[in-house]
Every structure is written in C-alpha cells, then in structure tokens.
Write a protein that binds this ligand. Structure first.
Ligand code: ZN
Length: 68
C-alpha cells in the first residue's frame, strides 16, 4: 500500500504519493523539459518556483484593482 508523505519541494508540506505534490511535480517537469540535456540544479527549480510565486502574487494583487 502506498504511503502518503510530504512533498520533497523545500517549504512545501503538501502530502503526496509521489516525490512531489501535483503542483511541484508539474513545476519540476516543466523545468526539466525546458532544460533538456542539462541537469537541473536545486537552485534552478527554486528560482522557477520563485518566478511562479511572484507572478501569482502579482496577479492576486492586481485582481482587486481590475474588479473596481
Ligand atoms: Zn509541493
């Protein structure tokens, strides 16, 4: 029987059956595909997550303004 465990991504405590939660699984896969033939470092994955988070924050911050 598979065991639930925390996502391997630093700072993420989402429980998952695979190495990463769905969100980070997609993120890691996207980084790997964009860097084909190149070993993705932990720093690069973290940087990609940072970019995604910043974009999300910007969208969230812009939402109230566009609603008014
Ligand atoms: Zn995660």
């Amino acid at each position: 029987m598979p065991m639930l465990h925390g996502c391997a991504f630093p700072g993420c405590s989402t429980f998952t059956l695979s190495t990463y939660c769905v969100e980070h699984e997609l993120l890691v896969r996207a980084v790997k595909e964009s860097e084909r033939g190149h070993v993705v470092t932990h720093h690069e994955v973290t940087a990609a997550a940072d970019t995604a988070l910043s974009a999300e924050t910007a969208l969230t911050a812009a939402a109230p303004d566009s609603a008014v």
